[in-house]
Design a binder for this molecule. Structure first.
Ligand code: GTP
Length: 237
C-alpha cells in the first residue's frame, strides 16, 4: 500500500547542478529520473515541477544584468523548460513515459499546460513535468508547485532539498545548533519566516489541504520511503 497515490514533486534547479557551478549535470538528472521511476513502478502518479536556479535566478541576477524583474523572471521560466526537457529525456531513456507541459506556449518542444490533459496523462501512468513555472513573473517555482499540486488534487507535495533533510528551526548551514522539526504547521513556516518555501506556496497548500513533505533528495531511496509511509524529513500540515 502506498501512502500517496498522486504526488507533486518539487525539484529545485540546484538539484541538477551536481558537481558543477552552473548548468545541468547528467548524474543528478539520472539519479532523479531513477527515483521517480521507482515511484511510477510502484503505481504512484507523479507530477513534477522543476526550478531553474541552476541556469538563471530571476531575483538574484536580474538587477546585476540590468534586466527588469519581470524579464528576469521570464528568463528563469525558460531555464525551467531546459531542465524539464532534460529530465524528460532521462526518464525516456529508462522507459518511463513522460509529458512536459509548459505554462508558456512553446509548442515545438512542449505541450501547453492543460489541466485535464495533465490529469489524464497521470491516470495513464505517465509522469507530467510542469515547466515555465506559473507562466507569470513575480511568482516562484515553489508557488507553481503548490498551484499545480492544488489543480491536480495531489495527495501531497514533496519538496526535495539538496543535502538538507527537512525543516530546521534555524538555517542548519549557518547555525550548527539548529534543530530539525519532524512536524510543523503551515502557519509556523509563515509566522517564523522559515526560508524553506515562500509564504504564498505554503498558504496555497494550506488552503487546499495538501500536506507537504520536505526531504533530502540526495539521500537515495527517500522518495520511496515517503511513499511507503516512513517518517523522514519534515511533515507540514
Ligand atoms: P493520448 O491522448 O493519451 O494519446 O496522449 P499522448 O500524449 O500520447 O497523445 P498526443 O497525440 O496528444 O501526443 C503525442 C505526442 O506529442 C506526445 O509525446 C506529446 O507530448 C506530444 N505533443 C502533444 N501535443 C503537443 C504540443 O502541443 N507540442 C509538443 N511539442 N508536443 C506535443
Amino acid at each position: 500500500m502506498n501512502t500517496y497515490n498522486r504526488i507533486l514533486l518539487k525539484v529545485s534547479g540546484e538539484a541538477l547542478l551536481g558537481e558543477q557551478q552552473f548548468g545541468i549535470d547528467y548524474k543528478p538528472v539520472e539519479m532523479i529520473a531513477n527515483e521517480i521511476s521507482q515511484a511510477v513502478n510502484a503505481g504512484v502518479q507523479v507530477a513534477v515541477v522543476v526550478g531553474g536556479g541552476n541556469i538563471f535566478r530571476g531575483m538574484k541576477n536580474s538587477a546585476k544584468l540590468g534586466l527588469d524583474r519581470a524579464s528576469g523572471d521570464y528568463v528563469g521560466m525558460l531555464a525551467t523548460v531546459m531542465n524539464a526537457i532534460s529530465l524528460q529525456s532521462a526518464l525516456k531513456s529508462i522507459n518511463i513515459d513522460c509529458r512536459v507541459q509548459s505554462a508558456l506556449e512553446i509548442k515545438q518542444i512542449a505541450e501547453p499546460y492543460i489541466r485535464h490533459k495533465a490529469i489524464r496523462h497521470l491516470e495513464k501512468g505517465r509522469v507530467v513535468i510542469f515547466a515555465a513555472g506559473t507562466g507569470n513573473p513575480f511568482f516562484t517555482t515553489d508557488t507553481a508547485a503548490a498551484l499545480r499540486a492544488s489543480e491536480i488534487n495531489a495527495d501531497a507535495m514533496l519538496m526535495a532539498k539538496n543535502g538538507v533533510d527537512g525543516v530546521y528551526n534555524d538555517d542548519p548551514r549557518i547555525n550548527p545548533n539548529a534543530k530539525k522539526l519532524d512536524n510543523i504547521k503551515y502557519s509556523d513556516i509563515i509566522k517564523n519566516d522559515l526560508k524553506v518555501m515562500d509564504a504564498s506556496a505554503c498558504s496555497l497548500c494550506e488552503q487546499n489541504n495538501i500536506p507537504i513533505v520536505v526531504f533530502d533528495f540526495a539521500a537515495k531511496g527517500s522518495l520511496m520511503k515517503i511513499i511507503k509511509g516512513e517518517k523522514i524529513g519534515t511533515f507540514v500540515n
